[in-house]
Design a protein. Structure first.
Length: 142
């Protein structure tokens, strides 16, 4: 489902425009038998597993017809899940960096012989190296 949503977002389509593209008969609801075929025909690059997952997901609600409202709800729920997953992953990476920073700070206390170079120090060293003039010889040494 993510690939379909990403495909729609890349083309800056609204869900309504995509629904109209899938609903060629103008019935205001999609036929569950041909929904996956229509999605593949719309140009979304999908693998066989993705097509099967989309078919399961869209035909899961057997009692309700697949209208624009239902399709929009499915897409919005997926977008919401993706955003929360992204936020959770960002928080985990931030916490991991914080944890690693604490470890590095305690390492210097326990092992004073190990020199830990900060970003500022690396930056300063790089600038100093770039500031030194380099001399190149036209005749290489043999």
């Amino acid at each position: 489902m993510r690939k379909v949503i990403q495909y729609i977002d890349e083309r800056r389509w609204r869900t309504l425009e995509y629904f109209r593209m899938l609903d060629k008969n103008n019935k205001l609801q999609l036929d569950k038998k041909s929904i996956t075929l229509n999605i593949v025909k719309s140009g979304v690059p999908l693998q066989t597993e993705d097509i099967q997952n989309i078919h399961k997901r869209l035909t899961r609600t057997t009692s309700q017809p697949l209208t624009y409202k239902n399709l929009n709800t499915i897409f919005n729920d997926q977008r919401r899940r993706d955003l929360s997953l992204k936020a959770r992953q960002e928080k985990q990476t931030k916490d991991m960096r914080k944890h690693n920073r604490k470890i590095l700070q305690t390492v210097s206390h326990h092992f004073p012989d190990i020199e830990i170079v900060s970003r500022y120090q690396k930056h300063k060293d790089a600038i100093e190296q770039l500031a030194k003039p380099r001399t190149y010889s036209a005749c290489p040494r043999l």
